[in-house]
Design a protein around this ligand. Structure first.
Ligand code: NAP
Length: 326
């Protein structure tokens, strides 16, 4: 099968197109023919070995000290189950699925092997491939942080990085849950952020978000623009700072009075993925798509992610090249 391989850490140029054997599913595993995936901020972090402050060593321990231990990146995908191992109960060949493979990665290849208990759900017929491909990474992260942040209807929420994959999901899900959302982005993205459900917008290039005099019940920071200490200036009593892109210091931060910091890796849950599918089907959640590129353009896709300016997800589409492996 064709696959993109990161044999070293570095810029998009470390990626090489390669051939790997199609994996065979063992007990409990399903083999998926990938139809579309994304190049995400996580793929960039792993490829570049660039983690928030204090997490570099953890990143190398998890992903490989000198080079990626698993060279095929790609943390989410949609595709068709083409084979299943023994004792698989939830999926059958022919099923269309949406999967979040997370730190196991492997979606930047023609075939992806996952345990049937991974965060994987059926793809509704009629859902666009790009929507299905881009549903999981930002959406599950947003749901997990909103759950841990215990958002209540009517609360004031600031979302920093509101035009990114995670931020755009946080804006939509928080607004749908009844929050009064203020989104932060640069001027060209302000209308987009409003269209996602933000009542107010702030252009961070012309306005200091710490100097607006406003206080928020939740500050979701998908950029790492602040930290828990600096966020004190804009957190209301009982406020929560969601350090989505947080450092070790944020992870270890103790509550300050009634204010607390929430940080760390987001959970990868099939029930969150199923809820996102339901919301998308009902027209209440729309993963934001920056661009759709062919699988062959993975290097270009990584370069787009590296700009830090993408608006939502960069989708990679695979065209079927021949028969399936069953
Ligand atoms: N904790 C977890 O488990 C977890 C899970 C998923 C992701 N993450 C992390 O979350 C971060 C965001 O991921 P993502 O996929 O959303 O990234 P992304 O899509 O690459 O974010 C790009 C967006 O960020 C905006 N941006 C850049 N600088 C900004 C600033 N100073 N203020 C406001 N907006 C700014 C850009 O808008 P402008 O062009 O308008 O500036 C752009 O639209 C990544 O660092 C990722 O590693 C963590």
């Amino acid at each position: 099968m064709r696959a993109w391989l990161a044999r070293a850490y570095g810029g998009p140029g470390v990626l090489v197109a390669g051939e790997l054997p199609v994996p065979r599913p063992r007990a409990g595993e399903v083999l998926i023919r990938v139809e579309a995936s994304t190049v995400s901020a996580a793929d960039r972090r792993i490829r570049a070995m660039d983690f928030p402050r204090g997490l570099g060593l953890v990143g190398r321990a998890v992903f490989g000290f000198r080079r990626p231990r698993r060279p095929v990146l790609g943390v989410e995908a949609t595709g068709i189950v083409v084979a299943v191992g023994s004792a698989v109960e939830r999926f059958r060949p022919g099923d269309a699925v949406i999967a979040l493979c997370g730190t196991r990665m492997g979606a930047h290849a023609e075939y992806l092997l996952l345990n049937e208990r991974a965060a994987m759900v059926p793809r509704p017929s009629g859902m666009a491939l790009e929507t299905a491909a881009a549903l999981a990474f930002g959406g599950t992260c947003a749901r997990d942080y909103l759950r841990r942040g215990a958002l209540h209807p009517g609360e004031r929420m600031l979302v920093i990085g509101a035009s990114g994959t995670v931020g755009s999901a946080v804006v939509q899900l928080a607004a749908a849950a009844g929050a009064r959302v203020t989104g932060v982005s640069s001027a060209p993205n302000l209308d987009l952020v409003r269209s996602l459900g933000a009542e107010e917008v702030i252009d961070y290039t012309t306005k200091d978000i710490l100097a607006t005099g406003e206080r928020f019940d939740i500050v979701a920071d998908a950029v790492g623009a602040l930290d828990f200490s600096r966020a004190q200036a804009i957190l209301a009593e009982g406020g929560r700072y969601l350090a989505i892109n947080g450092s070790v210091a944020d992870m270890l931060a103790r509550p300050r009075g009634s204010r607390r910091c929430i940080a760390g890796p987001a959970a990868e849950r099939a029930d969150d993925l199923a809820a996102l599918v339901d919301l998308a089907t009902a027209g209440r959640f729309r993963p934001l798509i920056d661009c759709i590129l062919p699988f062959e353009a993975a290097v270009q896709a990584h370069a787009r992610v590296d700009t830090g300016r993408k608006r939502g997800s960069v989708v990679l589409r695979l065209e079927e090249q021949g028969g399936t492996e069953e």
